[in-house]
Design a protein around this ligand. Structure first.
Ligand SMILES: Cc1cc2nc3c(=O)[nH]c(=O)nc-3n(C[C@H](O)[C@H](O)[C@H](O)COP(=O)(O)O)c2cc1C
Length: 256
């Protein structure tokens, strides 16, 4: 399974087997981590993985899932730190899914580690391990808003744009709040973030920014899969622009 295929198969796993993952897998995974593409090359990042099987007290926080392993994403301080963390962590989550390993983002959790990378802060924790039961999403079982509720089409989308938006729709988000909104033209997709989410549990700005980083990862991964030459850029002329309570984040620009 490729990382793109994993977009369609991933689901949050909340029950794990108490089973070790082979050391060889972690060697391969470390190579994958070294080759990650960041959203912002200037914001330093680091992933720390740990085995929690012998130490239940190694995480704290709410809505935690008990798992054999946890992954912690650290980044340097920056106004885009959480976008960067979501973008990077989703690549790792999809890599784990593609290797048959279940994952669940832990928005309310903190890892209690003795040695933290210098000059960096924890942005998100992910529980992972072999799933107890089915590791993949059952076909047709996804709970997401219909495309027409999250996209404004200024022109008819191309077949590639429709596929890119279908993959974006499947992105995981905190309490499934799906804050992303898109304005779609023939050669670009402007990405906005909905500020007031209609969920019972309050979603913090940090969580929304993680969600937005995750959806940006799905956009770029789909472009790579479809051989669409595109880049994510921040258009100054749209900075601070708000469309119906949705704040501008970035634009996916297709090159001719
Ligand atoms: C940033 C973020 C934080 C999350 N925090 C939690 C959490 O604390 N506990 C939990 O059980 N699930 C958490 N989730 C998982 C979401 O509830 C889940 O992704 C969403 O409901 C969509 O379901 P799916 O992942 O199965 O597609 C989180 C997801 C994201 C992206």
């Amino acid at each position: 399974m490729t990382n793109y295929e994993a977009v369609y198969n991933r689901t949050s796993v909340r029950k794990f087997k108490s089973e070790l993952i082979p050391a060889e897998f972690f060697r391969q995974m470390n190579k994958f981590l070294e080759g990650l593409s960041p959203l912002y090359p200037k914001i330093g990042w680091k992933f720390v993985l740990f085995n929690a099987m012998d130490d239940e007290g190694c995480t704290k926080g709410v809505f935690r899932v008990k798992a054999p392993y946890y992954l912690v994403c650290y980044t340097q301080e920056d106004e885009n730190a959480y976008l960067q963390a979501g973008y990077l962590t989703e690549q790792v989550v999809l890599y784990l899914t593609s290797h048959g390993i279940g994952t669940c983002y832990q928005g309310g959790a903190k890892a209690l580690l003795e040695d933290e990378p210098e000059g960096m802060q924890q942005r998100i924790v992910v529980a992972f391990g072999y799933a107890e039961g089915e590791p993949y999403r059952k076909a047709g079982s996804v709970k997401r808003l219909p495309i027409k509720e999250t996209c404004i089409f200024k022109e008819d989308p191309t077949p590639e744009e429709s596929m890119i938006l279908a993959a974006a729709r499947l992105a995981p988000s905190s309490v499934n709040n799906q804050p992303w909104r898109f304005v779609v033209y023939q050669n670009r997709i402007h990405v906005f973030c909905r500020e007031n989410v209609l969920t019972k549990i309050k979603v913090t700005r940090e969580m929304r920014e993680l969600d937005m980083g995750i959806v940006l990862c799905h956009l770029m991964l789909s472009c790579e899969e479809l051989w669409v030459d595109a880049e994510l850029v921040f258009l100054e002329q749209l900075a601070g622009r708000s469309v119906k309570g949705n704040t501008y984040v970035m634009s996916l620009m297709f090159r001719e």
